[in-house]
Ligand binder design. Structure first.
Ligand code: DGY
Length: 324
């Protein structure tokens, strides 16, 4: 008998067919809303779970005593208690690499849009308010040649450094737990403390994962270190930033602006003060959201799941101790 995989993210027809060769698939739509009860009912029979954007807490896992693997369609694994999964000997896989370039593109899009006020000024044109030549009140700030600060020098940080340095002639500063000599050599990047980076960078880009250590990393004290003309770009996770402190800094114009793809609460509430600020470019967590990349991520998750169900070590295993 084939194992059962509970799928809570829609797959393309070819990927679904590939998974169905190895598993009975139970599809749950909208597991965070209407589908939650159906998810709970399906969990007792589940050997695998495949999806994204659902916090799999202990209460849900307790309903799934046969569960052997969770294949997340994401690189970030902050929705899971990795230690708990390991204790339960449930393999957790993610989808790194395939989304690196696309997510870095999103970061750079936010950086450019914020610096050049693209969204704000395009809105003015659409509203029929372009009635005379644009003057100083609507000028943006240059990107080329400015200092790019990258917090978290993983794959996505490196792809941002490449864009900034090779494409826009930007000196690159970075802060990460260990120096990355290859990045320093290729992009002239300089390793420094967070404080130094915040004080020197014109663009501060957050690319690090959300962990107990990085939650609230950028609060009022850190924002106060940024240059008044600097822009914060967040493509990591909303909770890395103290959002209330950021809103305050933006309202008081203590920094120039922010380009944000991620928020403390997603979807962003209609009542968020961020929506009122013309110095904020906000996108709906689209870091990896292109047709090609989302398909590549789903393919990666399907293959990780098939390997796990076959007792093999999946290519992107987050918790190797669960496999040992
Ligand atoms: C990821 O892959 O982690 C993206 O941010 C989507 O959650």
């Amino acid at each position: 008998m084939k194992p059962t995989v509970v799928l809570y993210k829609k797959l393309s027809a070819p990927l679904l067919a590939e998974l169905q060769q190895h598993a009975e698939v139970v599809f749950i739509d909208e597991p965070k809303r209407d589908g939650l009860q159906r998810l709970r009912e399906a969990l007792p029979g589940a050997h695998g779970l495949l999806g994204a954007s659902l916090a799999l807490d202990a209460e849900l896992l307790d309903l799934a005593p046969q569960l052997r693997a969770v294949a997340s369609v994401s690189v970030g694994v902050d929705n899971y208690d990795v230690d708990d999964l390991t204790r339960r000997r449930i393999l957790l896989t993610n989808t790194p690499d395939v989304l690196t370039e696309t997510t870095a593109d999103t970061g750079f899009a936010l950086l450019l849009a914020s610096a050049r006020r693209v969204v704000e000024l395009a809105g003015l044109v659409k509203a029929g308010q372009w009635t005379r030549n644009i003057g100083p009140a609507h000028f943006g700030t240059d990107v080329h040649g400015k200092t790019l600060g990258i917090v978290g020098m993983g794959r996505i940080g490196e792809a941002l450094a490449q864009r900034g340095h090779l494409g826009f002639g930007m000196p690159v500063l970075y802060h990460s737990h260990s120096p990355k000599p290859a990045v320093e050599q290729r992009f002239g990047a300089r390793h420094c403390s967070l404080e130094q980076l915040l004080g020197e960078a014109d663009f501060v880009c957050l690319t690090l994962p959300l962990t107990a250590r990085t939650e609230g990393l950028i609060g009022a004290a850190q924002l106060a270190l940024m240059k008044p003309g600097a822009i914060l770009v967040n493509i990591s996770r909303g909770k890395v930033v103290d959002e209330a402190a950021l809103i305050d800094a933006l309202q008081q114009r203590r920094i120039r602006g922010a380009g944000l793809d991620v928020f403390e609460r997603e979807p962003l509430g209609h009542d968020s003060p961020l929506l009122e600020l013309d110095n904020v470019v906000a996108t709906p967590h689209i870091g990896s959201a292109t047709e090609e990349t989302r398909e590549a991520m789903a393919a990666c998750a399907v293959r990780n799941m098939i390997a796990a169900l076959q007792g093999q070590r999946p290519a992107n295993l987050v918790n190797p101790l669960a496999f040992a």
